[in-house]
Design a protein around this ligand. Sequence first.
Ligand SMILES: O=P(O)(O)OC[C@H]1O[C@](O)(CO)[C@@H](O)[C@@H]1O
Ligand SMILES: [Mg+2]
Ligand SMILES: [Mn+2]
Length: 480
Amino acid sequence: MSNTTTATQNIPERFWTGVPGTFCTYTASVRWAIILQNAIDDTAKEIEAIEAGSTKTSDKELSLKQGNTIKAQLVKLREELTNDSLLRPFTAEEVAVSNLDSFNDYLAANKDEGLRWNHAEWLFTEIYMYRRINCYFALQSEWTKFDIFNSLKQSTFKASFHGVVELAIRYKNLLPTWKQNVDNKDWDLLEILFKEFIEISLWGNATDLSLLTNATLEDIKSIQGAKAREASESKILVNDTKLAWQTIVNANKNSKSPVRVDFILDNSGFELYADLMLASFLLNTGLVDKCVFHGKDVPYMVSDVMIKDLDILIQDLLDREFFPTGAASTPESQALDLFANDITDFRKQGKLSIEADPFWTTDLDYWNLDPSETKYNGAKMHKELSQSILVIFKGDLNYRKLTGDRTWKRTTPWKTAIGPLAHTGLPTLSLRTCKADVQVALKEGVDEELCALWEKDHPGKGSWWSSSGKWAVICFSDGQ
Ligand SMILES: O=P(O)(O)OC[C@H]1O[C@](O)(CO)[C@@H](O)[C@@H]1O
Ligand SMILES: [Mg+2]
Ligand SMILES: [Mn+2]
């Protein structure tokens, strides 16, 4: 099978939909249909809101007409999926409104394979689905900017109230100590705090809308608090936090200035909030001079961050109806205001910025984050990230793209699994709660132990422990 990554011997195949017994196949045959149905239902709700006048539009009649077209197209897309149709190329009309060349090049290069929804590479097909959804909206003038996942992103963030307030108070209490450390660093203390905020950012990734389809408020609370993080320490199967810390210390001591850290973001809402906490620890302590966030240019994977989601998050934090912490004078309200205002100030000062290059929503894995990939912005992004002393990749999909979503032996060394990216000069850190089949960098025996443990309650599915979101990994590469 040819693809955009150079095929070399000893590199295992990617995960394919349709292969029995995998979480990949379960996702393609069960989860995608649910995600599409939710998109259909949410489009219908928006149409109703336009009809009722609660959503204002400049041209009501046209909005309604276009909305119904989109809804019908989504229904057909769902049928394509359930009928296991061939994966069609994007049309010229679609290509004109979105960056889709990599998808069509891939489909053309593999046209003899008879790629279908349930017989194709998981990574490609899943991204292809989100891009197909997006095209329907992008093509309708009144709906171009509409984010079909917005209401779900917002309601889940609202349900994160408890975790949000707890972290804001932690921030407010720590801020004086952080500021004392700008000129006079207590390195041991900072290392302890770094570890804490790395874990906050890591477990922030457990709040995932595509997996938490039926989560209750209690479920969400149970994974977001400090107690939950403490209890989860033993669930971090690979922990390279120390190596990442050393990278930051070295950059400081060698006064390589300005020190910049990049975040390849994953989900909006609580995870983005947790990432902002980590970034503000780095900025407030003077460990880092600038953080650059990378989000998505289209609605994607249900919950992924778009640039506007950062603005919405700040508004939510300041909105006492969204987060009902009472009068402006309560400690909770003050903590939320303080954090939101500090983030806004960082943005104004240029210490924090957010971008969304189309590279991040292509089907390409991160072996293409390489000077040699000049067609779809891989080289451009590599050059951009080269200004950074550490690039933090958040979440599961980024982990899949780092490892190529390949059927590696689970003890494969991290630097083998990330291919060329291990040697092109970028220090990288992956913070991932495990939500897919691909798994690498484990010590001998760990997989066997976890498979046996998971098998007890999930007969025949022991290896799916790595798709449960209950374990996590922190993997570092110095890029040398
Ligand atoms: O938001 P995250 O952590 O990237 O998770 C999304 C991932 O979860 C899944 O929905 C489930 O495995 C994958 O399709 C995708 O890789
Ligand atoms: Mg997700
Ligand atoms: Mn995501």
